[in-house]
Design a protein around this ligand. Structure first.
Ligand code: SF4
Length: 61
């Protein structure tokens, strides 16, 4: 199964991924993006987050 990964060193914490796909991405109070552990990921939503991430730091693995 493929799952989304955030390259945290490039992330600028803009929050767009969470807006686009809140079931998957969460900007935590600790200051980084958490990816939810799901059995299946909403592919279109994650693809949208990938497309809209200004730092280009979300990818499928
Ligand atoms: S959209 Fe990209 S840069 Fe913005 S918070 Fe999400 S992972 Fe970080």
């Amino acid at each position: 199964m493929k799952f989304p990964v955030v390259e945290l060193s490039k992330c600028i914490l803009c929050g767009i991924c969470e807006e686009v796909s809140p079931s998957v991405f969460h900007v935590s109070d600790l200051g980084y993006v958490q990816v939810a552990e799901l059995n299946a990921y909403p592919e279109e939503e994650v693809d949208d987050a990938i497309k809209n991430c200004p730092a280009d730091c979300i990818f499928w693995e």
